[in-house]
Design a binder for this molecule. Structure first.
Ligand code: 5GP
Ligand code: ZN
Length: 117
């Protein structure tokens, strides 16, 4: 699904209908603090355009998915967490995806173990 939705939580955050702590915004990308942070830095980076997740992405979405990651890298640079951070896309309920608007988690500011749970 690519159309903006009235009931999508993250579309509503982009539109300012639900408050969020904005971290970054440009023409295509919006980033905000996760409401339940799992690390000192836990930012969600999302495309302004709605699509459900990575498995629903089309070839035309390649650029925006890249832009989200580049925005995450820029936020990490600004926060001085480049010693080690992680970008994560949870894909599907079995991997913990609970909001079906593609989002890149940016996690950092603490040691991150591998493999993740
Ligand atoms: P997922 O589990 O889908 O990979 O990630 C969804 C993330 O969205 C979770 O980390 C959760 O804490 C965050 N989240 C859920 N609802 C809200 C909200 O209303 N505001 C913000 N800022 N984050 C939210
Ligand atoms: Zn959405």
């Amino acid at each position: 699904m690519t159309a903006p939705t009235t009931d999508c939580l993250f579309c509503r955050i982009v539109r300012g209908e639900i408050p969020a702590k904005k971290v970054y915004e440009d023409e295509h990308v919006f980033a905000f603090e996760d409401i339940h942070p799992q690390a000192p830095t836990h930012v969600l980076v999302i495309p302004k355009k709605h699509f459900s997740g990575l498995k629903e992405a089309q070839a035309e979405d390649a650029e925006i998915i890249g832009r989200c990651h580049l925005a995450a890298a820029e936020i990490a640079r600004q926060r001085n967490i480049e010693q080690g951070y992680r970008t994560v896309l949870n894909v599907g309920p079995g991997a913990g995806q609970s909001v079906f608007h593609l989002h890149v988690h940016l996690l950092g500011g603490r040691h991150l173990s591998w493999p993740p749970g």
